[in-house]
Design a protein around this ligand. Structure first.
Ligand code: C2E
Ligand code: CA
Ligand code: CA
Length: 619
């Protein structure tokens, strides 16, 4: 664009250089002086020489000088020409007066010259005016050109910005599309994409008659990893596992992350259940390899559920639901395993869903109550206390065994609410027993589920209920099972120690049925050991089994533990336990779980026994 202003300079001329102007002014003065001198010299020649020819030549030269001055030096030149010619006229007149005749031609020529240069000057002025206008126009043009240049630059910049913006928009669009179909953490297809692919594969398989399978994967106890390592490291574990599954994946198959710790594989091949089993086993082994995150090493297991097309469902919703049900079964049956969907699962799950709904309704309708099974000293006489046992008389289902509804309540988390109710009800009954019968040393045992114990506010709930009902810790015992320690030893020990500070004693229930080890017994803050019924049953079965019970009792005594034998049904068991030094017995032989009326009766007898110190029978 700068070319435009250059062109204008070329056409109109540019006299901006001050030095040039100064230089030229100097030259002009010299030349003007030179021409004036020439003119004056010619006036002198005219005065000296009378010859006609000289006069004529000089007059011609004077005209030339006048024209040159006017043309060359504009106003100054013109004024000088007029002055010189006027001088010439004056000279002619003086000369004429001196010689007695005025030469007419001598006057006419300078007058004519004055007129001519006046014309010339007029033309030149006009020319100058035009030139000035042209110069102004040039300046304006230059200005316009500069503005045009600026505008062009602005447009160019805006254009660049527009291009950049459209590039960013395109990138964002692509990213949004990616986000809608892929998981941000693992870069794997997300649930939506998996369903899209599944729909596509179903329509393809429907036409070609091909079979395929869907495998759901869910990491076992992943919540615990998140809770202990934090979410950031939890995410790293998820990422690592997704890479391991991808590495073990068949090239025909697609892996997706459905969310959280759930993945799905579309096995886009016709494979039988044995092949899937082998395939999943490889993936399971890959997942279970230890993972190192920072300084920590974690091992994650996974459960798998598989469904097959077209056997288990003809659309994606059905197939996913079936795989999910199979996974649910794998989890319920001990985790870290694969289950194939079977139609029975549907019924089983439906049954569980209905059962759960009844359980919730039962809680709201107060369909639960407690029975109290007495615990005696082994002479079968003196009452130590009772174990509180919950019962559910359901309006829909009739009398339901705790063996049935407690595990379900644990699975659904309802045990927290139910367990709180049980503890409170037990404490209320204990308060009543103390107030009515004054049995100061009575011990009431309450079963506490592991899930309850693991609740962060368990201690506060217990303390709150004790305060509300006004019972003392020394009259309370909580029964826990070894599963508490399998879940988290440190956590369990911490909670139990706090509970013990309230004066409550801790009993280890069902001893001998689980993972019982001496190590547990030594490291746990327990006060009482409850020998499981299965060992008590052994007493009258074989001598060797009898000895096991004897050994458990002496071992527990060595560790300063109080021993309760449960499920005592026959006299032989009772007498062996008495002889072996067992501290307390519980079982049908001495008393079944009692309802309120029987409970009161037993308490009354116990208080009378205390008063008379005689030995009533409690059978
Ligand atoms: P558990 O804690 O081992 O309770 C003892 C179970 O053995 C009770 O069954 C009791 O009635 C039964 N029993 C007692 N003596 C004998 C006997 O001589 N022979 C036979 N055959 N059985 C005897 P129940 O009440 O059906 O409870 C079963 C299980 O349900 C309990 O086992 C406990 O694990 C759970 N449970 C019961 N009540 C509660 C509760 O309030 N809270 C929690 N969390 N679990 C409870
Ligand atoms: Ca118990
Ligand atoms: Ca037990």
């Amino acid at each position: 664009m700068s070319k435009i202003s250059d062109c204008i300079d070329e056409i109109v001329g540019n006299e901006n250089d001050e030095k040039d102007i100064e230089e030229r002014n100097k030259k002009d003065i010299i030349f003007i002086a030179f021409w004036c001198l020439i003119y004056l010299a010619m006036l002198a020649i005219q005065a000296i020489f009378d010859e006609q020819i000289i006069q004529a030549v000089v007059a011609q030269l004077q005209i030339v000088v006048s024209v040159v001055l006017t043309a060359r030096y504009c106003k100054t030149g013109y004024l000088l020409s007029v002055a010189l010619n006027a001088l010439s006229i004056v000279c002619v007149i003086f000369n004429g007066i001196a010689v007695g005749s005025i030469l007419f031609v001598g006057v006419i020529i300078p007058v004519g010259t004055i007129i001519s240069v006046s014309f010339l000057f007029g033309i030149i002025r006009k020319l100058h005016k035009s030139m000035k206008e042209a110069s102004n126009q040039r300046e304006e043009l230059v200005k316009l050109a500069e503005e045009a240049e600026e505008a062009y630059e602005e447009v160019r910049k805006m254009n660049e910005q527009l291009l950049e913006t459209s590039r960013v928009i395109k990138e964002n669009e692509e990213r949004l599309n990616h986000m809608a179909l892929f998981d941000a953490l693992t870069e794997l297809p997300n649930r939506r994409m998996i369903i899209n692919r599944l729909d596509f594969h179903i329509s393809y398989s429907a036409k070609t008659g091909k079979k395929f399978a869907v495998v759901f994967i869910d990491l076992d106890n992943f919540k615990r990893i998140n809770d202990t390592l934090g979410h950031e490291k939890g995410d790293m574990v998820i990422k690592k596992i997704s890479q391991r599954i991808t590495a073990a994946l068949d090239t025909d198959d697609i892996l997706g992350r459905l969310g959280g710790d759930e993945f799905a594989i579309l096995v886009q091949r016709d494979v039988d259940s044995d092949e899937i089993l082998k395939y999943v086993e490889e993936i399971r082994a890959a997942i279970s390899e230890p993972i190192v995150i920072g300084n920590e090493e974690v091992t994650v297991n996974a459960s798998f559920g598989a469904s097959a097309y077209p056997k288990d469902g003809s659309d994606s919703t059905e197939l996913l639901k079936c795989a999910d049900m199979a996974l649910y079964k794998a989890k319920a049956d001990g985790k870290n395993r694969l289950e194939f969907f079977t139609p029975e699962m549907k019924e089983e799950i439906q049954h569980k869903v209905d059962f759960e709904a009844s359980l919730v309704a039962g809680l709201n309708k107060e369909e639960f109550h407690l029975l109290f099974q007495p615990q005696h000293e082994p002479d079968g006489q003196k009452l130590r206390g009772f174990e509180a046992l919950v019962r559910w008389r359901s309006e829909e289902l009739g009398l339901v065994s705790p063996m049935q509804f407690i595990p379900m309540a644990e699975e659904t988390g309802l045990i927290v609410e139910l367990g709180t109710w049980i503890f409170k009800e037990a404490c209320r009954k204990l308060r009543m027993a103390m107030d009515t019968y004054g049995l100061e040393n009575l011990v009431l045992s309450v079963n506490i589920s592991t899930i309850q114990l693991m609740q962060p506010d368990f201690y506060n709930i217990v303390k709150g209920i004790m305060e509300e009902t006004g019972v003392y810790g020394r009259n309370l015992e909580i029964e826990i099972t070894e599963s508490v320690f399998i879940k988290s030893v440190d956590n369990a020990v911490e909670v139990l120690n706090k509970i013990k500070k309230l004066g409550i004693s801790i009993a280890l229930d069902d001893f001998g049925t689980g993972y019982s080890s001496l190590h547990y017994l030594r490291s746990l803050p327990i006060d009482t050991l409850k020998i499981d019924k299965s060992f008590v049953d052994g007493i009258n079965r074989a001598e060797s089994e009898k000895e096991i019970v004897g050994s458990i009792i002496s071992l527990a005594h060595n560790m300063n533990l109080f021993v309760v034998a449960e499920g005592v049904e026959v006299e032989e068991q009772l007498s062996y336990l008495r002889d072996s030094g067992c501290d307390c017995v519980q079982g049908y032989l001495l008393g079944r779980p009692l309802d309120d009326e029987q409970f009161n009766e037993t308490l009354k007898k116990a208080s009378e026994y205390l008063r008379t110190s005689e030995s009533p029978e409690y059978k």
